[in-house]
Design a protein around this ligand. Structure first.
Ligand code: UDP
Ligand code: MG
Length: 317
C-alpha cells in the first residue's frame, strides 16, 4: 500500500494571493519526483483578497488541486482542521502557503513513512526568519507548556509534519472546539521520527501572528492541555491558610500576654489588598476554564464550508 499511497498536502490559506502560484510551482516538482499519487488541498480561510478565486482557477487547471472555501475567517487552527477532514491521502502533510515549510523535506518525510514511521516531525533547528522577540517568546512558551501539559508537546515543531492516515483519523476524533493544534496533533502518539531544518522567512505577504495573538495562542495551549493552573490555587490556598493560622495563634498569644494593641492599620490594609489581588487572579483563572467549558458546551462546528472544488464525491468528510 505504501508504494502507491496517496499523499495529501494540506494548506490553510488566508490572504495568500501573492505567494500561491509560487507555492504550487515549488511543491509540484517535489511531489512529481516521488512517484506517489498526490493531491494538494487548499483551504481558503475566508480570505478578503483574491485567494479563493485564484485557488479555484488553479484547481480547474490542475487535477491534483482541490479547494475548500470556508464561509469566513475561522482562524488557522480551524482551517487546518478542515484540511485534515477533507484530505483523503494515506499520509497527510500540513504546510503553510508561504513556503516557510521547505518542500525539500517532503521526500525525506515520505522515506521515513515508507520505512514505517507513522508521524514524521519537522523540527526547527533555527528560525532566522523570526524576530528575536518572537524567538524568545516561543522558547518561553515551550518551556512552560512542557512543564504543565500532561502529554509531551514537541518543542519547535509546527504543523509541518507527515501523518499516516491512522494518525489523522485519531486527530479527527478529538471533538474540542478550542483547537490548539500543536497539542491535538501530538496527542495520538504513534511511532514518531524527527527531521531537522532551518525555518526560512516568509516568501510573500505578511505573517498573521502579531505577538499579542501568539500570547493568546499560548494561553489557549496552556488552558487546553493542562489543569495545573487550577491546582496552583489549591496549593496557594492551603499554604496561605496555614500561614494565617500561625499568625492567628501568634496574635492570640501576644494579646493574652501583652494586652490589646491598637496600631495595625497599614498592615491590615496591605494584607487585604494583597489577598484581594490573589482572589481576583484565582477568579480569572477559573473564568478561563469556565469560558472554555461554555464554548465546548455550545458545540458549534469548528468551521463552515461554502465552496468545494475538485472533489469527485460530495460525501466527504
Ligand atoms: N492562516 C489561515 N488563517 C488565519 C491565519 C493564517 O489559514 O487566520 C494560514 C496562512 O495563510 C498560512 C498559515 O496559516 O498558510 C500560517 O500563517 P502565518 O504564515 O501567518 O503564520 P507564521 O508562519 O507567521 O506562524
Ligand atoms: Mg508563515
Amino acid at each position: 500500500m505504501w508504494e502507491t499511497g496517496l499523499l495529501s498536502i494540506a494548506v490553510p490559506c488566508f490572504n495568500e494571493q501573492k505567494g500561491l502560484q509560487r507555492f504550487v510551482e515549488a511543491v509540484t516538482p517535489a511531489l512529481e519526483t516521488l512517484g506517489h499519487p498526490y493531491e494538494i488541498l487548499f483551504v481558503d480561510d475566508g480570505s478578503t483578497d483574491d485567494t479563493l478565486a485564484l485557488l479555484i482557477a488553479l484547481a480547474n487547471a490542475n487535477p491534483h488541486i482541490k479547494v475548500i472555501g470556508l464561509t469566513r475567517n475561522f482562524g488557522k487552527e480551524a482551517a487546518l482542521t478542515a484540511a485534515l477532514d477533507f484530505a483523503s491521502g494515506d499520509a497527510v502533510i500540513p504546510m503553510d502557503a508561504d513556503l516557510q515549510d521547505p518542500v525539500e523535506l517532503i521526500p525525506q518525510m515520505v522515506a521515513h513513512w515508507q520505512a514505517g514511521a507513522d508521524v514524521v516531525l519537522a523540527h526547527r533547528q533555527s528560525r532566522p526568519g523570526d524576530t528575536p522577540a518572537k524567538r524568545w517568546a516561543a522558547r518561553q512558551f515551550y518551556r512552560i507548556i512542557s512543564r504543565l501539559s500532561a502529554i509531551p508537546i514537541p518543542e519547535d515543531v509546527g504543523d509541518f509534519r507527515l501523518m499516516d492516515r491512522k494518525v489523522v483519523e485519531c486527530v479527527r476524533q478529538l471533538p474540542e472546539k478550542t483547537r490548539f493544534m500543536k497539542g491535538i496533533l501530538a496527542w495520538p502518539g504513534f511511532r514518531t521520527e524527527t527531521l531537522e531544518y532551518t525555518r526560512p522567512s516568509r516568501q510573500a505577504g505578511n505573517s498573521k501572528w502579531p505577538l499579542w495573538k501568539l500570547f493568546n495562542y499560548a494561553l489557549d495551549g496552556i488552558f487546553s492541555f493542562s489543569t495545573a493552573p487550577l491546582r496552583i490555587w489549591t496549593y496557594l490556598g492551603a499554604s496561605l491558610s496555614l500561614l494565617s493560622l500561625g499568625y492567628l495563634l501568634w496574635v492570640i498569644g501576644k494579646t493574652l500576654l501583652l494586652g490589646v494593641e491598637v496600631p495595625g492599620y497599614a498592615s491590615i490594609l496591605s494584607v487585604i489588598l494583597f489577598f484581594n489581588g490573589v482572589i481576583l487572579i484565582g477568579l480569572g483563572i477559573l473564568g478561563e476554564y469556565v469560558g472554555r467549558v461554555f464554548i465546548e458546551v455550545k458545540g458549534r462546528p469548528v468551521y463552515l464550508v461554502k465552496t468545494r472544488v475538485g472533489f469527485q464525491t460530495e460525501n466527504q468528510p
